[in-house]
Design a protein around this ligand. Structure first.
Ligand code: ADP
Ligand code: MG
Length: 685
């Protein structure tokens, strides 16, 4: 019986060659049992297959064989640093091989020698930065070798020996964890074989094959988990069915200043359906900048209020809170609702009154920043919680707000379209609504990328637009992590532009160091066209709405991320005349240039986010801290996207079928869910 040995319960000290001391060293990289050791996969492989340099990309690692063509030249800088260079004839190429800080290599080399070199290829300089050198023609045991993360006393060689010993002792105890049907459908290798291949690859192809199996398995387990949470949330959490007043709601929608787009109409129906049902809504509303999410929020809030409930809207910045208060008041107050702002700038008596009124249920809708989740904020009957730009809030903050009511419905809004891959991983436990249509009459914004030395021409263009009655934003350089320097930049640019336009054009200034009241004044001036240019830091990034502004100039655009550029660009193009976005940038890197190109090529937030993800990778997409993106051991969400899609569909079929809950062949997948606590009904967030 295989089942008798659980590898996760076997101490690694049972393995030949591992004593107490080694066990401690292994524990430092998280290897505490036999299973963990077997699953300690290489993070990459060294490819020693010889390649033609023609086919090697810039910065790729490569192994080549060649003939030493020149005396090595050794240079020292300081005491310890040195650089050794020599010319090597590799096929048709005469390349430069460089060795850093390994002066002793000089002694090993003579002109005419055949050497095998492994290193990073600088295609532009035709230079190989060598990490390994072997003399003569090398016959390796393997031309594809694993590379592991090791530290302290742990070496790759030692690790390989322990893993080998572990396979000898326990190899036949490795249990299959995927049902046969998946192995055969997708032609995946069985677990023991795949594990062995990961550590002792026959060749590059066999690793690829083995890897596919673990990628699929990780995704399947992950998707089962996410979908179970979602199912659990739906079935077990008692949300209350919101009995909103359909007649009043219809009347409200009819009196809006514009008819809803069909996309808005669809998402409104989705939201109302959730609110009216017995489970708690947990829905993500995605819509590009300017697609009209605010009015959707207003309708949902209105519906909650007609059922005698309160609503809360949490946003990341004060300026956005104020903007939302202004637009929601305009929409909701004429219909008798009362809408209030709560931020940290609301102080003293006013604050106390507000808090009391909220606790007594006298305020229908509160809009605010993080201030909303402080303990002192109470509601009488919080029925709907909306967060805007939700990726800026951590899981904890979202939860804190939700817990202010008894299982209120929750709607997350975001104008950063989330690539599908991330949507089904980071937010797989949510339902998703998408507004994929712009209100009628919008003209696509024309975007140009120019070098900073064209500034003068750009400023002339801006003044031409202003002569036609339009307005412009000028966004200042962003300095990483330093609001103070950002502010200084804005002040400088403001002074320059004021001087440049003399008194002909009024230039306003906005930045994060202004008080809420000052910001408000500047915004008011700009929206009344009392100033025609608004110089600003990125505080205008979200939410600000001045339809008469048609030009967005962004200094040093290469310093901004794609989604931030897109957000900024979304400040214009809000009326029915042609708008422009001008990126002043001189990016040095290829990725930087690519980003500028993408901006000029597409206005579609979803397309842009997909391409951003490709350029940046999932970890960076939302920012490091609170990405909510799970860590996979083997899988990579971006590159293994197809497997993720397939695993998602398989997971949902499994969960829906009775077999899954009964048959032994699914036991291992069920056990995995068990370990996460979902089946016991524990909440996971
Ligand atoms: P976002 O999705 O970026 O939050 P907003 O809700 O601020 O977008 O809407 C952008 C602008 O479009 C606002 O001026 C809003 O009044 C207008 N708008 C929203 N929906 C419609 C519609 N269906 N028809 C016309 N204009 C609309
Ligand atoms: Mg908005």
């Amino acid at each position: 019986m295989k089942q008798l040995v659980r590898l996760s319960e076997q101490s690694i000290e049972h393995i030949k060659g591992i004593g107490k001391e080694t066990a401690n060293t292994l524990a430092k990289v998280g290897i505490t049992n036999v299973q963990a050791l077997l699953e300690y996969f290489p993070y990459r492989y060294e490819d020693y297959r010889l390649k033609d340099l023609e086919d090697v990309k810039h910065d790729d690692r490569v192994t080549v064989e060649g003939e030493v063509h020149s005396e090595p030249v050794l240079r020292y800088f300081g005491k310890k640093k040195s650089r050794l260079t020599l010319r090597v004839l590799v096929g048709r190429y005469l390349i430069t091989a460089v060795f850093f800080n390994r002066p002793y290599v000089k002694r090993q080399i003579t002109i005419g020698d055949t050497v095998t070199l492994t290193g990073k290829w600088d295609k532009h300089r035709q230079t190989l930065n060598v990490s390994e050198i072997k003399s003569g023609e090398v016959k390796r045991k393997n031309d594809y070798e694993p590379v592991y993360h090791v530290k302290d006393k742990l070496t790759v060689k030692g690790l390989t020996r322990y893993i080998d010993a572990a396979f000898k002792m326990y190899g036949d105890k490795i249990e299959e964890t995927l049902p046969n049907e998946f192995l055969s459908t997708y032609k995946l290798p069985d677990k023991a074989k795949a594990m062995y291949e990961m550590h002792f690859p026959a060749n590059a192809e066999s690793v690829k094959h083995a890897r596919r199996r673990f990628v699929y398995e990780e995704f399947l387990q992950f998707q089962l988990k996410m979908q179970m949470i979602r199912k659990f949330e739906r079935e077990q959490t008692k949300g209350s069915a919101v009995k909103y007043d359909q007649t009043k709601l219809t009347a409200f929608i009819e009196q809006l200043p514009f008819p809803l787009t069909s996309a808005q109409d669809r998402v409104v129906q989705e939201i109302l359906f959730d609110m009216g049902s017995h489970y708690r809504m947990n829905r993500l509303l995605q819509g590009d900048v300017g697609s009209g999410k605010t009015v959707v929020a207003a309708i949902a809030l209105f519906a909650a209020v007609t059922a005698g409930l309160q609503g809360a809207l949490m946003v990341p910045t004060e300026i956005l809170a104020e903007q939302h208060v202004a637009s929601l008041k305009q929409l909701l107050e004429p219909c008798g609702l009362n809408v209030e702002l709560l931020t940290s700038s609301v102080k003293g008596k006013r604050r106390r009154e507000l808090l009391e009124a909220s606790a007594a249920g006298q305020i229908d809708i509160i809009i605010g920043t993080h201030a909303l989740i402080q303990d002192e904020v109470l509601f009488q009957s919080l029925g709907l919680v909306i967060t805007d730009e939700q990726h800026r809030f951590g899981v904890e903050q979202r939860k804190a707000l939700r817990e202010k009511g008894e299982s209120p419905d929750v709607l997350f809004m975001t104008a950063t379209p989330i690539p599908r891959t991330l949507a089904i991983t980071a937010f797989g436990d949510m339902d998703v609504s998408i507004i994929d249509e712009m209100p009628a009459g919008r003209k696509p914004i024309e975007t140009y990328w120019t070098k900073p030395d064209m500034l003068e021409r750009i400023l002339n263009f801006v003044s031409k637009e202003i002569k036609q009655g339009r307005q412009a934003y000028v966004i200042c350089p962003l300095i990483e992590e330093s609001e103070k320097l950002d502010v200084q930049n804005a002040i400088d640019v403001h002074a320059q532009l004021t001087a440049y336009y003399h008194e002909t054009i009024q230039v306003g200034l906005m930045h994060g160091r202004l008080s809420a009241q000052e910001k408000d004044e500047v915004m008011q001036q700009f929206s009344r066209n009392e100033c025609q240019i608004l110089v600003s830091t990125t505080v205008v990034e979200v939410g600000v709405n001045v339809p008469n502004a048609t030009v967005m100039v962004i200094y040093d655009a290469e310093r901004f991320g794609l989604s931030q550029l897109h957000q900024l660009r979304g400040r214009v193009g809000r009326g029915d005349v042609q708008s422009y976005c001008i990126l002043l940038a001189d990016p040095k890197s290829d990725v930087g240039k690519e980003r500028m190109r993408i901006m000029t090529e597409t206005n579609d937030g979803f397309e842009l986010s997909e391409r951003d993800l490709e350029l940046r990778g999932p970890g960076d997409f939302f920012g490091k801290k609170q990405s909510g993106i799970p860590e996979f051991k083997v899988a990579d969400m971006v590159h293994d996207y197809r497997a993720l899609e397939i695993a998602r569909q398989d997971a949902s079929k499994l969960i829906a079928s009775d077999n899954f809950w009964e048959e032994p062949r699914y036991a291992s997948l069920r056990n995995h869910l068990n370990e996460t606590g979902i089946l016991k009904g524990e909440k996971l967030d």
